[in-house]
Design a protein around this ligand. Structure first.
Ligand SMILES: Nc1nc2c(c(=O)[nH]1)N[C@H]1C(S)=C(S)[C@@H](COP(=O)(O)OP(=O)(O)OC[C@H]3O[C@@H](n4cnc5c(N)ncnc54)[C@H](O)[C@@H]3O)O[C@H]1N2
Ligand code: MOO
Length: 412
């Protein structure tokens, strides 16, 4: 059976980034950049004041009090007309360009202005040359690389690209992920289950996980455990970039998913991973030479147990989404935390247990959440992450260091 790391490696080998598209900057938040970006301008574009006050020559104000002649006033958006010479100052506002000759700004709080003489007394010297001002290009210089392909566009990247005047950006398209729940025991969650039936809770859960991963969910409802019904539903699910099936991948009589996928031309990459929960996970590819548009499709058969589905999505599908989008971070990485309740780990599968991670003065602490197994979705509402426990028998004691992958953001 593959290890989790080997499964990640296979997914990484199979899933390559989609072709970029251009989007308006105003519509690009949450997308992943598909181009390196170089600064087109210096920032700031001119030497500028960082405080309201007086632009001065530091040499004039190194010892205070001292009186200077005010030659002009410059507000933000205006250009200074006069250089300042010895014994002179310019009244300046935050964001305004510095006049030639100035090498420091004195805050208005450290001055007193005399209307009659139009002179200002500097009552406290600034820190030194360069005080309270920003030199042209001190944040970035034209020609400097500022963003690399694969970078997720958050608020600050959008702001930076706006500062550079990028009206459009090259990004990878947001993947569409279809969700197909399988099983004769399932009814839509809006319905009352009959005897032996349960509600389809995986579809709405996965739909939320997909949106949180930056992809577009496409829920397809329930496919019955019947070869023809499942085949038809799989065909429509294969329109999406990724098809997530839930259920029907273990060893049961009606676990039809692998054979139906094979019939649809999907190449199995792996079936079964040494992970708990999620052992029966199935992953395959419909290669580009078998699709109408030439783009490959990626198919995950998620184990039906709700926590297995949720965990396999977080650990494996999320990673495929990131590869499709050309994001740089690959496998999820945990945060080190101190365990605050002893627990025992048994078995030969790497295990991801629901855990409550909290920030304390002493650092991160992890409290395992009591959990009955992969059907126990209830327990996961008390958790905010997954405790990553290596395979093997081990007793964990209070204070031992463990790795925790926070839900929804294990890749930072
Ligand atoms: N002989 C073996 N039996 C099982 C194995 C095995 O290796 N050998 N693996 C076990 C493990 S581990 C898991 S996990 C489950 C996964 O099985 P399937 O993916 O085939 O899923 P189902 O059998 O269809 O369902 C399992 C469980 O989950 C419930 N379920 C299914 N879909 C949904 C849904 N959309 N919403 C809510 N709950 C769902 C289903 O009713 C079952 O109770 O197999 C073990 N068996
Ligand atoms: O791997 Mo199953 O997902 O343990 O219940």
């Amino acid at each position: 059976m593959l290890t989790v790391d080997e499964a990640w490696e296979r997914i990484g080998q199979e899933v390559t980034p989609r072709e970029p598209e251009r989007r308006e900057l105003s519509e690009a938040a949450g997308y992943v950049l598909a181009d390196d970006v170089t600064a087109a301008i210096d920032s700031p574009p001119f030497d500028k004041a960082l405080m309201d006050g007086y632009a001065v020559r530091f040499a004039d104000v190194a010892s205070t009090p001292v009186e200077l002649r005010v030659v002009e006033e410059v507000t933000a958006g205006r250009t200074p007309q006069m250089p300042i010479g010895a014994g002179e100052a310019t009244r300046i506002m935050t964001g305004a360009p510095l006049p030639d000759g100035a090498d420091a700004v004195v805050r208005v709080e450290d001055t007193s202005f005399d209307d009659a003489t139009e002179r200002v007394t500097i009552t406290a010297a600034p820190r030194g040359e360069g005080a309270n001002l920003a030199r042209r290009g001190s944040a970035m210089r034209a020609g400097q690389p500022v963003l690399k392909t694969g970078h997720l566009l958050r608020a600050q990247e959008i702001g930076l690209l706006a500062e550079l005047g990028q009206v459009q950006v090259a990004v990878r398209p947001r993947p569409v992920i279809s969700v197909l729940a399988t099983g004769d025991e399932l009814v839509p969650y809006s319905q009352q289950p009959g005897e032996g039936q349960i509600r389809n809770s995986n579809e709405p859960m996965l739909t939320v996980q997909i949106a949180a991963a930056g992809a577009t969910p496409q829920p397809l409802g329930i496919a019955r455990d019947d070869r023809d019904a499942l085949s038809a539903a799989v065909q429509s699910g294969l329109e999406a970039d990724i098809l997530c099936l839930s259920g029907g991948v273990s060893a049961g009589k009606l676990d039809l998913v692998p054979s139906v996928l094979e019939k649809a031309g999907v190449r199995e990459v792996f079936h079964k991973v040494a992970v708990k929960p999620g052992k029966p996970l199935w992953f395959g590819v419909l290669d580009g030479d078998r699709t109408a548009d030439g783009r490959p499709r990626f198919i995950f058969g998620l184990p039906g147990n709700p926590v297995s589905s949720m965990v396999c999505f977080e650990l494996f599908v999320r990673m495929a989404v990131r590869h499709l989008q050309g994001e740089t971070a690959t496998a999820p990485c945990g945060l080190p935390a101190a365990i605050v309740e002893p627990f025992q780990s048994r078995g030969d599968r790497r295990t991801f247990l629901p855990v409550r991670l909290s920030v304390t003065a002493g650092g991160l602490e992890a409290i395992p959440v009591p959990w009955q197994g992969s059907f126990d979705l209830r327990a996961t509402v008390d958790a905010n992450g997954l405790l990553d426990v290596p395979p093997g028998d081990q007793d964990y004691h209070i204070g031992d260091c463990v790795d925790v992958i926070p839900f929804g953001r294990g890749f930072d």
